[in-house]
Design a protein around this ligand. Sequence first.
Ligand code: NAD
Length: 456
Amino acid sequence: MTGYSQLIQNQKNLFESGTTKDLAFRKEQLSRLYSGIKKYEDEIYIALQKDLGKSVFESYLSEVGTSLSEISLQKKNLKKWAAVKKVRTGLMHIPGHSYIYTEPLGNCLIISPWNYPFQLVFVPLAGAIAAGNTVIIKPSEISSNTTQIIQKIIKEIFDEEYIACISGGVLETQALLKETFNHIFFTGSSKVGRIVMESAAKNLTPVTLELGGKSPCIVDKKINLKLTAKRIVWGKFINVGQSCIAPDYLLVHKDIKEDLLQALIEQIEALYGKDASVSKDYPRIINHINFERLKNHLEEGEVIFGGKFNEKEKYISPTLLEGNWESEIMKEEIFGPLLPILSYSETSEISQYINKLDRPLALYIFSNDRSFQKRLLREIPAGNGSINDTMMQFGNTNLPFGGVNQSGIGKYHGKYSFSTFSNHKSIYHRSNLFDPPLRYPPYKDSVLKIIRFLLR
Ligand code: NAD
C-alpha cells in the first residue's frame, strides 16, 4: 500500500459505478474544464511567465489555446467517436454481424514534464475525460507555479474520486508507479520513460510514452532561403528551444551553408532584435541545472553567432554553432537555444548520418524538390514532421502525434487521443437462424476444399 492506494481505489469505485461512461456526463465535465481554464486564464499566464518567462502571446498559442481547442474538439466529437461501429463480416462468419464497441479503459495516470507544463496536462486529459475514464494527473514539480494553478483548477472543478492532481517529484511519481492503473500516459525524457515502462510492466499496465530525442532539420540546395531561415528560427527558438519537437540540429547542403547562415542571423535579429535579452518574446531556461548543461555545450562548441548568456536571468541568446558529429552536443537532445549546423555533399549521406542515431521524434525537410522530399521520407523513420516548416504538424489535430521506438510509443491528439484512452472491444454477433456445419468435426476433405477457397 502507498499513500495513494485509497485515492486510486476510490477512483476505481467511481469508474465501476458507471458514472463516467455516460456521454452527457463526459460532455458536462469537458465544459467544466473549459470554463475552469477560462476563469483562471490570467493566473495561468502569470505562472507561465514566472516558470519560463513566456509571453502571453506564446502562452496562449502553445498552452492555453491548444488546450481549449482540444477540449472543444473532444466535446464536439465524442458521441461520434464513442458510437458502436459495424464492420464487414466475411463469408466464413455468416450469418452474423461484427461490431467495435469503444469503451473507456478505467483509471488512468497522466505524468507530464515542465516545458509546456500546461498543455501537456490538459491535452491528454481532454482525451481521457472524453473517453470516459477517471484520472490522476502528476504535473512537473519543476514548473512549480504552473503546477499550482493546475492543481487549483482541478480541485475546484472536479471531485478527486473522478480527477485528482498530485503535486510532487520523483518520489511521488515512483509511489504512483507502484500502483496498478488501466493506462499510464507519460510525457517526458526517454530516460524516465524507461523507468515508467519498467514499473508498468510489473503490473502489465499499458503505456503511452511521449518522449524526446534529436529531431533533424535537413536543408537542400533548392529552397526559398528567407522563408526557410524564418521558419527554422521560429521553430528552434520558440520557448528557447525547450520543445520536444524543436529542430535539434541542421544538416545543410554544403553549397548553401554560408547563405543559410547569413539568412538565419538576419531572421534571428528580425524576430528577437539585436539583443534577445530585452525582447519580451524571448523566454528563459527553466532552471539552473539546465542552464549549466547548456552553458557547458556552449563552451565546448565553436560559436558562429550568439553564445551570450546571463546566469542570474537563466538567459542564453539564440546561438548558431559549427556542427561536429563527434561532439558531446550531438550525443543528447539539446533542449535549448543552441543550433549546431552540419553539412552534407551527397543526398545518400543524409540517411546514413541520421539513421545511426536513435529514431527521431520529428523530421524536418526543407526542399522544393519533390523527389528529394520523397526519398528522405522513405529513408528516415520518425514519429512526425513537416516539409518546408517546423513544429506546425503538432497543431493539426487530424495528425496522430507521437514518436517511434526511442522517441515514443503510441499517438494522441484529436480522435487519436480518444482512441488511446479507449478499449476497442471487438464483438462478433452470431445469428441463430442457421448453423453452417463447415467448422465442426468430423472433418472432411471436401469441406477443407471449401474452407481453402473461402480463406484463399
Ligand atoms: P522528465 O522525464 O525528467 O520528467 C517528466 C516527469 O517524470 C515529471 O513529472 C517528473 O516528476 C517525473 N520524473 C522525473 N524523474 C523521475 C524518476 N526518476 N522516476 C519517476 N518519475 C520521474 O522530463 P522533463 O525534464 O520534465 O521534460 C523534458 C523531456 O520531455 C525532454 O526529453 C522532452 O523531449 C520531453 N518531452 C516530450 C514531449 C512529447 O510530446 N514527445 C513533450 C514535451 C517534452
